[in-house]
Each structure stands twice: as C-alpha cells, then as structure tokens.
Design a protein around this ligand. Structure first.
Ligand code: SAM
Ligand code: SF4
Ligand code: SF4
Length: 380
C-alpha cells in the first residue's frame, strides 16, 4: 500500500487575471479554444457543501466541522447565475448541468431551475438542463424539480450493498433512500436517468455486477467512472484505479455486451449495449457506459467549462486557478456584451488537456500553491 499524505490546506486559490475585452471584440462566430474545441457544456456548482463525505471527494479528515465553507454572500445569487448562464448560451452552450457539493442542499434550487429553463439558444431552442445529485434528497424533491423545468438527473451511487454504501458515503446514509430517490425521479419523468458509480479497487469493485444486474432492462443507464486524481485531499493512488477495460471484462463474464457508437460528439462515456442470445444489441436490455478519465483521456473533445459556487470559471477539472467572473457580474458598469467578450477571450486562450498529459507524463502531485481545486468546489 502506498503511503498517503493528505494536506490540510484551503482549497481556494487566487484567481487568474481576466483577459481584456475590447468593445470591438468580434462575437459573430462561436468560441473555439486553442485546440479548436467548441464551448457547448457548462457545469455550474451551486454549493460547496455536502451531506456526504465520500472519501474520494470530501474526506472527513479535511471536510470536518472546522472546515471553512464559503459564506452566503460569496455565492453567486440565482440572478447572477442566470445572467452568466445566458451569456454562455450566447457563446454556444447548449447543455447546463447543476452540481456541487450537493446541489439539492441549495435552498430554493427550484427557483434557479425555473430561471434556467426559461433560457433559449440563439435559434430559440430550450437548453438540455440536468443535475447531478447524490440522491439523498431526491425522493422529497423529484416532483418539484420536474415542475420547475428540470429535464433529467444523474444520480451517484457507488454500490447496492448497504454496508458498502454507508462506508463509501461515510455518513452512514442508507442505500434504500437513494434507491427511493431514483424511483421518485423516474415517477416524476426526470429521465433518461443516469447512475454514476465511481469504482475504487479494493473498496467497491465487487458491487459492479450487482449494480449491472439491478439496472439492466430498467431504462436507467449505469456508468462506471474510474477513480480520478482530482483535488488534493483524497490521497489518490493509481493502485486504487480499476481500469474501465477491466470493468468491461468483468461484466462480459456474465452479461454479454457489444460496443455502441457515441450518441453525441464529445461524449465522455464509452457506450456498451447488452446483447441478446444472438450476440446483437438488445435495446430493451439497455446499455452501460464507462468513463475512463484516467486510462483513456478524452481531452481532445472536451467542450466543458465549470463555474464555481463563487463565480470562478475553470477550464479543466484539474485546473488550479479560475477566472473571477463574479467581479464583472457585480460591477454595474459591465454590460452583458463585455461579459460575453470576456468569456470568449478566456475560452479562446484555453489549451487544457490534463488527462492526456497525465497519460504521457504521469499524475501531477503538486501540493503547494499550484495544487488543484477540489471537485466539491467546482463540481464534477
Ligand atoms: N454531490 C453530487 C453527487 O455526488 O452526485 C454532485 C457533485 S459530485 C462532485 C459529482 C460527481 O463527481 C459524482 O458522480 C462523484 O461520484 C464524482 N466524483 C467525485 N470525486 C471523484 C473522484 N475522485 N473520481 C471520480 N469521480 C469523482
Ligand atoms: Fe458529496 Fe458528491 Fe462529493 Fe460525495 S461525490 S462527497 S456526494 S459532492
Ligand atoms: Fe477536459 Fe481537463 Fe478532463 Fe481533459 S482533463 S477531459 S481538458 S476536464
């Protein structure tokens, strides 16, 4: 077992200087970054707090009762989030995912959802509006989320065995309540539902087959995520990563699969369909996905930007610094056009491709001021 050092440090970092946005900035074409990737997907973190303490994300030793979460005044208000989201939509964003921390802990989240659901793309289309949740409050909130205009949800669930699940969330939360949340989401029509399982070798790999059996044929797409070296507090080591290829091999021992084509460009998951007795994909059995962030980088198609709870824009999940858009949002002299020009200039300067470089050079283990932000702060 490798030795672990868990640095007890504040996750927040000084922000990067904003690029100058000229009045004459050309906004007639959509934003492409330095590697010619478009900006189509925005993830918005609405809180840095969570009621779980998943060891791979918010380990108890760091996120304890003394941890300094952001005070409410530092968070973007719903009006600020909607305004900046509408600017992003003008720059090409078509999909918005609310995340956190645990997004359902943000008070009156339904009001924000209503505001975002009313946004339209320049050609008049509604956005693809979704949310990632640990499912703990979903049974209670599914219907009000749907009524507010949320289209679908992704639920994180790391196992079906109650003891394993309680150990992984580290707050003794029962799995039955998350399963009830998934059921409520289905009943409310928040689909297609996706379930994300982070696989940690030695912790929950024995849950892979039970999870696959449980969700096969239900219309819910189960996705297995490689445990990633995000943040600086989870004590990540490669020994605990179970490569997706091994997940697929394990599934195939019992449940034959055939590989499917990506459904959209830039899709992070590789899709595998359950096969019938003839070895052909059977849509009634559905599909699974694997997200191989560690063993097979997908930076080449990465079209995602991340907005932190306090309004910083991060260009990569593994970034150490973000751009402070809140400063512009709270400056009454700055127009939406200046905001759009700034977002465009930031995106055009983007060359991030951490996972690809990790596969070439190995993980970055910086623990000083250049360390990476936490996933609970910028969202998954
Ligand atoms: N609290 C919500 C949840 O758990 O769904 C939303 C925020 S959480 C940060 C978003 C996603 O990131 C979850 O699916 C979680 O499993 C995933 N995640 C967090 N830390 C991770 C890590 N080290 N490796 C892989 N996935 C991780
Ligand atoms: Fe909370 Fe989600 Fe992180 Fe787990 S993965 S600690 S539920 S934010
Ligand atoms: Fe995108 Fe960064 Fe992940 Fe690569 S490492 S896929 S650039 S978020």
């Amino acid at each position: 077992m490798s030795e672990r050092v868990i640095p007890l440090v504040d996750q927040r970092h000084p922000s990067l200087p904003l690029p100058a946005a000229e009045h004459s900035h050309d906004l007639s074409s959509l934003s492409l970054d330095g590697l010619r990737r478009p900006l189509t997907d925005l993830r918005i973190s609405v809180t840095d707090r969570c009621n779980f303490r998943c060891s791979y994300c918010m380990p108890k030793e760091v996120f304890d009762k003394d941890y300094a979460y952001l005070p409410h005044s530092q968070l973007l208000s719903f009006e600020e989030i909607t305004r900046i989201a509408s600017v992003f939509v003008g720059r090409g964003v078509r999909k918005i995912r609310l995340t956190g921390g645990e997004p359902l802990l943000r008070k009156n989240i339904e009001i924000l959802i209503e505001q975002l659901a009313a946004l339209r793309t320049p050609d008049g289309q509604p956005l693809d509006l979704t949310l990632t949740t640990n499912g703990s409050l979903l049974a209670r909130k599914a219907q009000s989320l749907k009524d507010a205009g949320l289209q679908r949800v992704t639920v994180s669930l790391d196992g079906l065995d109650d003891a394993v699940f309680r150990q992984m969330n580290d707050v003794d939360f029962p799995v039955a309540d998350v399963l009830a949340g998934i059921e409520a989401a289905r009943a409310a029509g928040l689909g297609p539902i996706k379930v994300n399982m982070v696989v940690k070798r030695g912790t929950n790999e024995h849950e892979i087959l039970p999870m696959a059996r449980h969700f096969r044929g239900t219309g819910i797409v189960l996705r297995f995520i490689e445990y990633m070296d995000v943040g600086a507090t989870n004590g990540w080591c490669m020994d605990e990563v179970l490569p997706s290829a091994e997940v697929i091999r394990l599934l195939q021992t019992e449940l034959p699969l055939v590989q499917l084509d990506p459904s959209v460009p830039g899709e992070t998951a590789e899709r595998w369909g359950y096969a019938n007795a003839q070895g052909e994909y059977d849509p009634t059995l559905g599909e699974v996905g694997v997200i191989s962030s560690v063993t097979q980088a997908f930076c080449g198609d990465c079209n995602r930007a991340r907005l932190s709870t306090e309004g910083r824009l991060y260009l990569c999940l593994f970034a150490s610094q973000g751009y402070d858009l809140r400063q512009l949002l709270r400056d009454p002299t700055q127009s939406d056009t200046t905001l759009a020009a700034t977002v465009d200039a930031i995106w055009r300067g983007r060359t991030d491709q951490y996972s690809r470089l990790r596969s070439l050079r190995g993980p970055d283990t910086t623990s000083g001021p250049g360390r990476r932000v936490e996933m609970s702060y910028i969202g998954g």
